[in-house]
Design a protein around this ligand. Structure first.
Ligand code: NAD
Length: 464
């Protein structure tokens, strides 16, 4: 396997730059062949290695790896395969009458040499998902996965090395310094998935070369439950959304805004559904992941300890075990507004619930914070749903469910401002890695030649 240990990547970058036109001129059939090879690796030859790597990195259950790491990439490949031919067609657009004789079209051309920087929480999905879009659009790619999930990065490096020469796709493992070094290069596009803090660093570095960026970021995604909601369904689905991957999901419900009089029923349902999903002894459940590393474990434990110090209402859970980075699914009511749990993106299995009396309070609260990546509404009231939709802003969302919007490739996936810039998935991902070249064709005897100098009085009169 090729290793890039000298932290100087300009040679690799330049080789990709030279190769970009060969890759960019590949036919859709050739691109599909590459996507097929990736599908084959994920679905067959590397499937068990991926499962083992995810288990080694944070005890992720095999089935969860299949559903949340492998399946979304396979489905992205399938969607691209079905649609790439039409995506690559020049798109005809109308031409104003004043430009008589001309025809116009948009040509989707590859951006060129692209950088994908990915996070640790769904390492396979969030690295290979964008790679599918980049390949479909005809780019060369350098990938920098997260240093926090070394087993996943190792398997991805093996797959990339087996399927591609490094002047087309290269994967570079390493710490933050590797990212910093790569960000100095004049990429044609950077697709970054990670925190808003690092997103700002990436955007600043990109501005040096006026490199375009897609920033898939995070934040606190609210979930509103009103008194018309089917509470049992809401609790069940919120537990699925919050505790899959032990809450380490960018679009997980971060906190719940709950109509105050539902508190007791919500708590009872929460306890019974946790036991149903993960048994009475969650730590022995084969369906529950661990926190990725001691640093994040310590951060999450400090939230629980803060709640204990504040004498907050820890209605369920609250235990943890440092030996295997285990944190029990935890439910906490009405934490102080300035607590870390209410200000930071939680990214773990702790669910704070803030109670409200009037629906207006929910939108005011949400709008007092940064625009979220996702916003979820559990309600049967069209009036309430419309009110929330019309008076908030968010990257995506669901009504009466959560997370599932990620799986529909017809929907653009991404945030807004602090939660992200640009969109991914399906055609939207293909578009992120493409330049829309604006083209006009004119006949050699086009009537617009009339507008060329000399500007005679006769021409002036015709225009007046
Ligand atoms: P992170 O921002 O710490 O790291 C992401 C990547 O950036 C890693 O590869 C890391 O090596 C690199 N990096 C870290 N510091 C850097 C620096 N100073 N300069 C250059 N590169 C640097 O994020 P994370 O902890 O890996 O992931 C968690 C965050 O990602 C959360 O905020 C989460 O919401 C967000 N996220 C967003 C999405 C989405 O699709 N919008 C998906 C998953 C995660």
């Amino acid at each position: 396997m090729t290793r890039y240990i000298d932290n100087k990547f300009s040679d690799l970058f330049n080789r990709q730059k030279v190769n970009q036109f060969k890759i960019g001129n590949s036919t859709y059939k050739e691109r599909i062949k590459k996507l097929e090879a990736l599908r084959n690796a994920l679905e067959f030859s590397y499937k068990q290695k991926i499962r083992d790597a995810m288990y080694a990195d944070f005890k992720k259950p095999f089935l969860e790896t299949d559903l949340t790491e492998i399946y979304p990439v396979l489905s992205e490949i399938k969607f691209a395969k079905s649609n790439l031919k039409s995506w690559l067609k020049d798109q005809k657009v109308g031409t104003p009458l004043a430009l008589l004789g001309a025809s116009s079209y948009i040509k989707y051309e590859p951006k060129g040499v692209c950088l994908i920087i990915s996070p640790w929480n769904f390492p396979i999905n969030l690295t290979f998902g964008p790679l599918v879009s980049a390949i479909a659009a005809g780019n060369t790619v350098i990938i920098k996965p997260s240093e926090m999930t070394p087993n996943a990065s190792g398997v991805m490096a093996d797959i990339v090395t087996e399927l591609f020469t490094d002047d087309e796709v290269a994967l570079i493992e390493g710490e933050v310094e590797v990212s910093e070094e790569l960000l100095k290069l004049p990429f044609n596009h950077i697709f970054f998935t990670g925190s808003p803090q690092v997103g700002k660093i990436v955007m600043k570095a990109a501005s040096e070369h006026l490199t375009s960026v897609t920033l898939e970021l995070g934040g606190k995604s609210p979930t509103i439950i009103d008194d018309s909601a089917n509470l049992e369904t809401a609790v069940k689905r919120i537990i699925y959304g919050k505790f899959t991957n032990a809450g380490q999901t960018c679009i997980a419900p971060d906190y719940v805004l709950l109509k105050a009089d539902l508190k007791a029923e919500f708590t009872t349902l929460f306890k019974s559904k946790i036991a149903e999903f993960y048994s009475e002894d969650v730590k022995s459940s084969e369906s529950y992941s661990r926190i990725v590393n001691p640093k994040h474990f310590g951060r999450l434990v400090s939230y629980i300890e803060e709640a204990k110090l504040n004498k907050s209402d820890i209605a369920s859970g609250g235990s943890y075990n440092a030996s295997d980075n285990y944190i029990e699914p935890t439910l906490i009511f009405d934490m102080p507004e300035d607590s870390k749990l209410m200000t930071d993106e939680i990214f773990g299995p702790i669910l704070p619930v803030k109670t409200y009396s009037n629906i207006e309070e929910t939108v005011n609260y949400i709008n007092s914070k940064e625009k979220p990546l996702a916003l979820y509404i559990y309600s049967k009231s069209k009036k309430n749903i419309d009110f929330i939709m019309n008076n908030t802003r968010a990257g995506s969302g669901c009504v009466n469910h959560n997370l599932l919007q990620f799986l529909n490739h017809n929907l653009p996936f991404g945030g807004s401002n602090n939660s992200g810039i640009g969109k991914a998935h399906g055609f939207h991902g293909f578009e992120a890695f493409s330049n829309r070249r604006a083209m006009m064709k004119q006949h050699t005897l086009g009537a617009t030649d009339f507008l060329l100098p000399p500007y005679s009085n006769f021409k002036q009169k015709l225009v007046d």
